[in-house]
Design a protein around this ligand. Sequence first.
Ligand SMILES: Nc1ncnc2c1ncn2[C@@H]1O[C@H](COP(=O)(O)OP(=O)(O)OP(=O)(O)O)[C@@H](O)[C@H]1O
Ligand SMILES: [Mg+2]
Length: 499
Amino acid sequence: MRGISKMFPGVIANDRIDFSVERGTIHALVGENGAGKSTLMRILYGLYRPDEGEIFIEGKKAAIRNPQDAIRLGIGMVHQEFQLVPSLTVAENIVLGNEPLKSIWVDRKAEKESIIKLSKRFGLHVEQDLPIREVPVGVQQRVEILKLLYRKAQLLILDEPTAVLTPQEVDGLFDVLKRLVTEGHTIIFITHKLGEVMDICDKATVLRHGKLIGTVNVADSSSTELARMMVGEEVLRPSEERHPASKEAKLILDDISARGDRGLFALKHISFKVNAGEVVGIAGVEGNGQSELVEVLSGLREYEGMITLASVDLKTESIRFRRENGMAIIPESRKTQGLNLLGKVSENLIVNKYYQKPYSAKTGVLSWKRITEFAKELIVKYDIRADGPDAVAGTLSGGNAQKIILARELSSKPVALIAAHPTRGLDIAATQFVHHEILHMRAENVAVLIISADLDELITLSDRILVLFEGRIVGEVDARTVTHAQLGLLMAGLTDAVS
Ligand SMILES: Nc1ncnc2c1ncn2[C@@H]1O[C@H](COP(=O)(O)OP(=O)(O)OP(=O)(O)O)[C@@H](O)[C@H]1O
Ligand SMILES: [Mg+2]
């Protein structure tokens, strides 16, 4: 890609970027939230037309006007948000739009065989006949990759593929990627995790504020150098000074059981407390009840047992009641649960308090002036890169969309904060900022519950860590002394191994 530029209203997402990738390599594309990574790759995949610049494939100038052109040239992309059809099976999703035909009928036998062949060749195991909605995220991602390979993609663009994966799934994905490059495929890998760049990438290109900062050989570089290139300065760890948690329980779960989507118990007799000024972490391999726990706490799922927030029983209470009584929630899926993508940034920031003073008068008339002022403040404080309060939330980069939710929830002065994967998709600086804010809330006596797949994050932030396994709490450890290995064993259900 040579001299690529792309403007959006109020922002230069790509500013004369040169970017080249060699066949048979894994090439990392890194940079802070809003740096322009997804935009550059959407241009390569034909989803956006660049304002200027040219693209060459194997030395030949390529005209990529749409994804069909890109696919014809052997380019495929897996997006930050998957694009599968939930009601169709794994196999149907893989071949969708390219079904093998036998006269006028879809040849399901040929379809099966070619999928089996592909999945064997690259170690991408899937159960073909399950509907997509029933398979875990890690498998959905394999389906997305198979879909590209089925269309004969040579160059695979993966936009933050590890953000939604558990550590085990990440290992699995890396094995697949290594196999793909030994077979001559090429991979562009967008990530915020520099450890991953160091582990499996050959080269890394860094973008900052829409500009190319440079491309390095990973073997000759370090994560410190890459971090400095990304943020333009030395990255500092927040210093840690903690007062002990109080003994006053703010959030109490007493014998909670709840059924999952398929009717089986996903939470089984869970009891724990979170005290004021305490951070409790929930560790576990995805699918062991974490989602259901967050939904139960948020009032989105029925449960047995009792939950109290500052001594108020939440059983029959609405989501609004929970919020008004001091519960802040950072949901698992920012796109489907946390945001109205068609709404403005300001609307999304105010959605939990628009009906209160000073944003709304007794008559119910909204004060847009106050709302806009409030939104502007949060945009600055949380460094949300958007074209002002009126920008449509859905046009923000993945990480900046996440920051809207964080700004809204963290600024609501809660009694208890439930944070599910609070830094998923955030860059290093934003992650540190969120960690800092969470520790600040702890210091302000908020009871904090964090659910995360990132063990480092849990260890950094938590006082205590509880481990969920098959819907039960199978262990409680002190975050100051626990090791990754101990947590790993508990997460695998091996409770005897840790005393
Ligand atoms: N469709 C769009 N309309 C308006 N602005 C856009 C659009 N797509 C991207 N932008 C803006 O372009 C800039 C670059 O966004 P991009 O999505 O490329 O960032 P990114 O590097 O992928 O960030 P992240 O790590 O957060 O996903 C951002 O300021 C974003 O708000
Ligand atoms: Mg992006």
